[in-house]
Design a binder for this molecule. Structure first.
Ligand code: SIN
Length: 279
């Protein structure tokens, strides 16, 4: 049996003693899966992974899908996206500021993503972590009348951050080149999504890629999305997890919003990321 230690009152658990450089048993995977569905994110510290081992672990959860920004795919495996603010020979080695606003990974795609994992390779000490917001708790704490109003609503999503479209800003969505722009289009998702495994209801991606609501004027939809975002990102629903080198984190995109930190760019921060679809 693994030892699952909750990290905060709202989210997260730490599970020490698992070696992801080796294949894991079905029994162990089942325990990790239960922990993820219960806690929203799990941290497995002390890892030393190759891209191959990271992707093998990712495949336990579903089908890894390479990020639309192919510029920073790992040369050993395109499923691994390099997140880095480090420059080498005057060129960026990875994607810096990868989502510094509350968002849900791949909510701009027609098929939602199950989970995302990050492997912390070289992170600065102190505040360096991702902030997570528990969207099931946020949904549960809405008045019943609001919940009834949200039922059945569909939201229009597109790659981007509806609150910041300024290409020179650090909180804009990472910029796409012309080739990458052609790969994204409008998609829709339910505003309230039952968890595909547990059925637990949560607000889905009310910040980030959500721009309007089907059947409402632009203004009415935006106002509702803005109200929900303000509610869903209150401190009481959030926890920031600061990484140590060797941490692997897995988070459940059906349960959480998250945002990357806006750290001082002179402090190197390098992680690998894999995002996994349901099938
Ligand atoms: C992400 O949103 O995938 C990146 C999170 C981070 O860099 O903290």
């Amino acid at each position: 049996m693994i030892n699952v230690s909750p990290i905060s009152e709202v989210l997260g658990a730490r599970i020490a003693g698992v070696d992801l450089s080796q294949p894991i048993s079905d029994d162990l995977f089942g325990q990790l899966e239960l922990a993820l569905h219960t806690h929203g994110f799990i941290v497995l510290p002390g890892q030393s992974l190759t891209p191959e081992a990271m992707v093998r672990f990712a495949r336990r959860w579903g089908r890894p899908e390479p990020h639309v920004i192919d510029t920073f795919h790992h040369s050993a495996d395109p499923n691994v996206l390099i997140l880095s603010n480090v420059y080498k020979d005057g060129k960026p080695t990875g994607l810096a500021d990868a989502g510094t606003y509350f968002h849900t990974d791949y909510s701009y795609l027609a098929d939602a993503a199950r989970c995302t994992m990050l492997y912390a390779i070289n992170v600065p000490t102190g505040r360096n972590g991702t902030c997570f917001a528990n969207q099931a708790l946020a949904y549960d704490q809405l008045p019943l009348s609001t919940r009834a109003r949200l039922d059945g609503l569909m939201v229009n999503h597109h790659y981007g951050n509806r609150d910041d479209l300024d290409p020179s800003s650090r909180t804009v969505a990472s910029l796409l080149n012309d080739h990458q722009k052609k790969k994204v289009d409008w998609v829709s998702h339910p505003l309230v999504r039952p968890h595909p495994f547990t059925g637990q209801k949560a607000l889905y991606a009310v910040s980030g890629s959500s721009f309007s609501i089907e059947g409402m004027s632009e203004e009415e939809g935006r106002t509702l999305l803005d109200e929900l975002k303000a509610h869903a990102t209150q401190d009481k629903f959030c926890h920031t997890y600061d990484y140590a080198n060797g941490d692997v984190i897995v988070w459940d995109n059906a349960l959480l919003l998250h945002k990357a930190p806006l750290i001082d760019l002179s402090r190197p921060r390098e992680l690998w990321r894999v995002t996994v679809k349901y099938n």
